[in-house]
Design a protein around this ligand. Structure first.
Ligand SMILES: C[S@@+](CC[C@H](N)C(=O)[O-])C[C@H]1O[C@@H](n2cnc3c(N)ncnc32)[C@H](O)[C@@H]1O
Length: 231
């Protein structure tokens, strides 16, 4: 998987890309992530990327020319999917993560201020993605969310393939509760069945727990293969 990120704050990505699973995936050449400073594509002495909005109102808007140049330069001859992180985009979910992971080549645009001049979307953006119905100060954290979720889909990034297959949302259900040592915490024991060594009984218990949790917490989830489920 290859991801290019365009931002005015490339330094935010340093520790994120060096740590834990992502760091290992990059070092192992399973994932390639290049972070680009938008200001590289400015032409004035102050490396300006924003201006006052036409029509007035508060705040500043990111200007189109650096964005258009940056996206075109980063793409070069490639045809990556160009994604603008935006609270106005389609809300990210597990299904979209899996289909984007299949694309393998992405460019992520991280906005700031009041957002980016609308013409950037028309000229060099294929899709807008939101990570939830709230407004962040910039697209960088949203890009990190997307990168982390996508990289888990790349074979070899998560040690046990089974732990991705069984995760919440995968079969339209939440994951079952997990326990580890010690056997008792402040009077709360580990469920007896998990200590039984009876793998069939454990599997039955876990399935039942997943179903109950999903019904209680997320009754809106439906199995992805269910033909009646919404896109
Ligand atoms: C302060 S926001 C702009 C919000 C915009 N004025 C609006 O109300 O729709 C600045 C940037 O943060 C990013 N952003 C904010 N919330 C986001 C979200 N929920 N998902 C993805 N990106 C988000 C976008 O890149 C956006 O351009």
């Amino acid at each position: 998987m290859r991801v290019d990120v365009i931002t005015i704050f490339p330094e935010l990505f340093g520790p994120f890309l060096e740590t834990s699973l992502i760091g290992r995936a990059i070092r192992g050449d399973l994932v390639r992530i290049d972070v680009h400073d938008l200001r590289h594509w400015t032409s004035d002495r102050h490396r300006t990327v924003d201006d006052e909005p036409y029509g007035g109102g508060g705040g500043m808007v990111m200007t189109a020319p650096p964005w258009v140049s940056a996206v075109r330069a980063v793409c070069g001859e490639r045809r990556p999917r160009r994604i603008l992180l935006s609270p106005q985009g389609r809300r990210l979910d597990d299904r979209r993560v899996r289909s984007l992971a299949g694309e393998g080549d992405l460019v992520l645009l991280c906005g700031r201020y009041e957002g980016i001049d609308e013409r950037v979307r028309e000229l060099v953006v294929d899709e807008e993605i939101s990570i939830g119905d709230y407004v962040l100060s910039g697209g960088e954290v949203a890009a990190m969310v997307l990168i982390e979720a996508l990289s888990r889909q790349v074979p070899g990034v998560v040690g046990l393939a089974d732990s991705v297959r069984r995760e919440s949302f995968r079969n339209g259900e939440l994951d079952f509760p997990q326990y580890t040592r010690p056997r008792e915490v402040e009077g709360l024991p580990v469920p007896e069945v998990l200590l039984s060594g009876d793998h069939e009984a454990i599997e039955r218990w876990r399935r039942a727990q997943s179903r109950t949790r999903t019904a209680e917490r997320r009754p809106d989830l439906q199995a992805p293969d269910d033909p009646t489920s919404k896109p």
